[in-house]
Structure formats: structure tokens, C-alpha cells
Design a protein around this ligand. Structure first.
Ligand SMILES: [Fe+2]
Length: 218
């Protein structure tokens, strides 16, 4: 039976309402007893799974393998969320003669990093874990240095992105090898085929913008 609701979405203080009160409905224009379209608002509940734990899923992977993969994936996930945010920051703060080209390139890279964020997070969930999502927790886990709140010179901004890529790549190579050793081929594949391949390609595109080349005279 559907719950009786007040028109504020809170549970009524008493359920001993008179028949006339029941027939008057709940303010939604429908008076049929036990039926309401009023959402249950302002609900609070206990935490049902703590961060850093894994549920048992029938994946043919040991508890230890899934725990280890989730821990490594959550660090890559936190760093990837920071890299995504750095790409957006520098997409906005770009300036100079190559503004438009870099403005577009950095946004493209940001979009690809955001796709990775979703893939990594869903891998953590697939393994029974809890993916880091709140930016405040991301800030506690990330190993990528915080940039100044203001704008830096363009080459410094590009270098900062390259260094963030390298941190993720070093960590992802190690995580891929170790999760593979523990039998978690799916995590190994995600790290190699998606995180590493995407990161390497983006690093190449960034690095080429830091080559000093004559624009008019050879
Ligand atoms: Fe934009």
C-alpha cells in the first residue's frame, strides 16, 4: 500500500485521519485512498556502503584483486577528474596568437578525459567498489599539484597539463601491470587501452605546441 503523504512531502504526524480527511485527498487532485503522486521529499538515510569497501559480485575475481583494483582505479579516477578540470580551466584561460586553436584543442581533450572519468568510475562500480565522485574527496586523493588560481603564461599552462598527463601515465602503467598480475584483465585492459592510449596521444598533441618553430623564415 502506498504511503499517506502530506502536501509537503513529509510523513503526516498521525495516521489516524478521519474518513472525511482521507476522502479530501492530499492536494494532488486525486482522492483515491492509498494512491498518491506526492514525492517523498527530504529523506535522510544511513550510508549503505563505505568508501574503500567492495561488495561481492560473481566475477571470478578474488576479494583481494577487486579491493586492490578499486583502490588503484580510484586514484587514477581522482587524477583524471583533476586533469579534466585543468583542461577546462586552461581552455578558458588560454590567450595569445594561438588562442583559438588551443582553446578548441583543450576542450576536445577535456571531453575525452570526461569520457575516461565515466569509464573508470563504472569499472570501480563493476568490481563492487565505490567510485570517488565528490570533488572535495577528489581533492584529498589526487597527486596532481594544484595550479595557481590565476592565469599562467601559455607555455607554463601547457607544461602543467603535460606533467599531469605524465603523473597519470606512470601510475596507470604500474596499476595496469599489478592488476594484470592479480588476474583483473578488465582493469588492465581499461588502463592500457583507454587511460594510457588516450593520455599518450593527448600528451603528443600538447608537446608539439611547445616546439619553437619559425613561422615565416626557415
Ligand atoms: Fe567552452
Amino acid at each position: 500500500m502506498a504511503p499517506k503523504k502530506s502536501d509537503t512531502g513529509k510523513r503526516p504526524a498521525s495516521t489516524s485521519r478521519s474518513p472525511s480527511a482521507r476522502s479530501a485527498g492530499n492536494g494532488n487532485g486525486r482522492a483515491r485512498r492509498g494512491v498518491s503522486s506526492q514525492p517523498w521529499l527530504h529523506q535522510k538515510g544511513a550510508e549503505v556502503q563505505r568508501f574503500g569497501t567492495v561488495r561481492q559480485f560473481p566475477l571470478g575475481l578474488s576479494f583481494d584483486a577487486r579491493m586492490y583494483s578499486c583502490e588503484r582505479l580510484n586514484r587514477v579516477l581522482a587524477n583524471t577528474q583533476i586533469l579534466y578540470a585543468l583542461y577546462k580551466k586552461h581552455h578558458w584561460l588560454m590567450r595569445g596568437m594561438t588562442f583559438y586553436q588551443l582553446h578548441l584543442l583543450l576542450d576536445k581533450h577535456a571531453g575525452e578525459q570526461l569520457e575516461l572519468v565515466d569509464m573508470i568510475a563504472e569499472r570501480v562500480q563493476t568490481l563492487g567498489g565505490v567510485a570517488v565522485g565528490d570533488p572535495r574527496q577528489v581533492a584529498e586523493i589526487t597527486t596532481i599539484p594544484r595550479p595557481p588560481d590565476g592565469a599562467e603564461e601559455v607555455p607554463a599552462m601547457l607544461s602543467r597539463l603535460l606533467e599531469a598527463h605524465e603523473r597519470i601515465l606512470i601510475d596507470a602503467h604500474d596499476a595496469a601491470a599489478r592488476t594484470g598480475e592479480m588476474g583483473d584483465d578488465g582493469t588492465n585492459d581499461l588502463l592500457v587501452s583507454d587511460v594510457i592510449r588516450t593520455g599518450e596521444l593527448q600528451a603528443w598533441f600538447l608537446a608539439e605546441h611547445l616546439v619553437e618553430t619559425p613561422l615565416v623564415h626557415a
